[in-house]
Design a protein around this ligand. Sequence first.
Ligand SMILES: Cc1ncc(COP(=O)(O)O)c(C=O)c1O
Length: 411
Amino acid sequence: MKKIFSALSMANEQIIELETQLLKRKLRITESPCDIEALVDQRQLHTFCSNDYLGLANHPELIEALAEGARRYGVGSGSSHLISGHNIAHDLLEKKLATFQSEHIPQARALFFSTGYLANLAAITGLIKLAKPGEASIYSAKLNHASIIDGVRLASAQSKASVNLFDHQQLDTLIEALKKDTKPLKLIVIDGVFSMDGDIAPIKALVQIAEEYDALLLVDDAHGFGVLGEQGHGILEQFNIASERIIYVGTLGKAAGVSGAFICAQAPFIEWLIQKGRPYIYSTATPPAIAHALLKSLAIIESDEGKSRRHQLNQLITHWQNAMQFSAWEKVISCTPIQPVILGSNANALAVAKLLDEMGYWIPAIRPPTVPIGSARLRITFSANHSIEDLQALMSALQKIERQVQMESGS
Ligand SMILES: Cc1ncc(COP(=O)(O)O)c(C=O)c1O
């Protein structure tokens, strides 16, 4: 019999281990556009799990803009931005993105990336290189997104930056640590909207802290861009914040409905990242057709249509908040389209997600390491394409499932 080489047997054993701990994840295949209904593994399901908050991912004008972009610029960029991949569509997009933050960041300039993951890696590792090795500190919120965690780890390994984790609802420890910090460069990093809980960071207090202790403040507004603020410009607009210390990261594959991300900051920081941000320098530029489609998306976000989509989203959020007692399951107080229902164990979360699936709903169980151990959950998300009736129907389904689970467990 042929002997299995050791790496392969390790892979097999580790996968079995994940299965045993109910932590194995499964890919599901959709055959339809991202919208509130999806054809998943050949079944039609109601979806409450995407980040397409404004319902733009399947918008006819965006589809047309992408097709027009492909006709104008082809389908590939051919190389990284600094070689030959930087197209007029990228440039126009960056200029427009900068105008979204220009009232909040002086001399705002934006830099486009193919994903938010890369934007966070580039921003954190790149900015830390402004200081000599060992002369920077990073302060990162414990519940920040994985891309921030990885950016912080990489910056710490590459530049010997010291790393401090803080609780974003308890800023005293952050302040105490900053008081003692004598390093020339300090970077505070925070999710604007926490991706798994939906709560919003105490951004005003953090800006004050950054000012007082001479730190930069990186805000990852992946889930706020397009959603927060009267014009959809994001968290800085919503809370009327202006500071030269802010490094703003926004993503474009969520509310903007397409793909990509950007960093917006004072022009010298962006120039530095073009020179030193390795994930920017050593990666092929996003196809310009995507940037062209994104220009259309930004126009919709700022338009009356964008406003009415945000209005609809806020109606859904208010409806959910007012009816939250519909079930006894633990919820997180959130005023964003991310509304988690905490189920605790992996087994509970998987069982409820399965029952939902049987009732025609697609809301996967979110388990560690995406969320802390013991807080497995349903991460319910709303889209402006949902109606109040859709929400009511989901609540009834959840009520039925809760009763069924209680009966089965005898409680
Ligand atoms: C808070 C946060 N930051 C960054 C990202 C990464 O963005 P992208 O999906 O564009 O890589 C995500 C998304 O998944 C996120 O939730």
